[in-house]
Design a protein around this ligand. Structure first.
Ligand code: SAM
Length: 307
């Protein structure tokens, strides 16, 4: 596909180049629209073209794909996504950014913006409506420089609601990325690691320093690409039960499995002890030492006893 360079678009009323990733452009846009950045909405805008290019390249977007972008801000990633994908749906909560996006995305006929909280958007319904309008697409890819205050709820929503995406490529706080990627027997391993790794193959794309954002956040960042597994590694009799067991196990992570599971699942220690014995798991172990397969085995036995 021939890629047109849209990143050097021109101001409508001033004949100078507008690079959306330039701090000067952000300042100009703020002045032009009387816009001020909101800390509480996690508005740290990207000002590094190389990072934007890495996100686009490593998102594996095909020219027939549909992209859902979370939090377009002033559209710095959106414009590039529009070049790579067939159609882009950008979901932005901040109403003040809508006229700005109309301005910065002018001329792109394959982008639409939804002014809503991503946590309240029924993505499956959005996709159905797009199909009903005759827009056909191959894969669905989710991309975004996430608002960090809701990183985990966004990722879990996408995974739990079975959004038919092939991948989710998102920038997040590095510490959250470390937790998502953590293997067993590491300190960072937690319920989030197990939950995301159940659904996805986790790929670290790039670590990102603070100084590539305006304003710089207090923390370092990382871009992860989560490739959704078509076939899960473990077979679960009941997914809810699995997540309850994982949550209970890590609920009191300093305690032994015997204690944390008994408290978290409101089951007697005798019952938990018996279940652990059947699963061949030492009751003195802690949740972070359990493999995905062991969590699966445990959940299936607990489910069979409760069912
Ligand atoms: N994509 C832009 C960039 O990279 O420069 C902006 C990223 S900024 C880290 C996060 C964006 O998410 C902001 O534009 C913010 O207004 C938006 N946002 C915050 N909470 C949101 C929510 N609940 N739903 C949708 N967008 C949200």
């Amino acid at each position: 596909m021939e890629l047109k360079n849209f990143s050097n678009i021109k101001y409508r009323d001033e004949n100078i180049e507008m690079k959306l990733y330039s701090p000067v452009t952000i300042k100009d846009i703020k002045e032009k629209f009387g816009f001020s950045l909101s800390k509480s909405l996690g508005q740290n805008f990207l000002v590094d073209k190389n990072i934007i290019d890495s996100i686009i390249e490593r998102s594996n977007i095909g020219e027939e794909d549909l992209v859902i972008e979370i939090g377009p801000g002033i559209g710095v990633i959106t414009r590039e996504l529009a070049q790579a994908a067939k159609h882009v749906v950008a979901v932005e909560l901040d109403t003040r950014l809508i006229p700005i996006l109309e301005y910065t995305l002018e001329g792109l006929d394959n982008v639409e913006v939804i002014n809503k909280d991503i946590l309240k958007v029924d993505i499956n319904q959005v996709l159905n409506e797009i199909k009903a309008r005759g827009i056909e697409f191959e894969k669905v890819r989710v991309v975004g420089n996430l608002p960090y205050y809701i990183t985990t709820p966004i990722i879990m929503k996408l995974l739990e609601e079975n959004v038919p995406a092939d991948s989710i490529t998102v920038m997040m706080q590095k510490e959250v990325a470390d937790r998502i990627e953590a293997k067993e027997n590491t300190k960072a391993r937690g319920a989030l690691s197990v939950a995301v790794q159940y659904y996805c193959q986790v790929n670290r794309i790039v670590n990102v320093p603070k100084n590539v954002f305006v304003p710089p956040p207090k923390v370092d960042s990382t871009v992860l690409r989560l490739d959704i597994k078509k076939e899960k590694d473990i077979v679960l009799d009941d997914r809810n039960c699995f997540f309850r067991v994982v949550k209970a196990g890590f609920g009191q992570r300093r305690k032994t499995l015997l204690n944390s599971l008994s408290t978290g699942l409101s089951m007697s220690k005798e019952d938990i002890s018996e279940v652990l014995k059947v699963c061949n798991i030492d009751e003195k172990r802690r949740a972070e030492t359990l493999s995905m397969e062991e969590f699966g085995r445990l959940a299936n036995i607990i489910f069979s006893r409760k069912a």
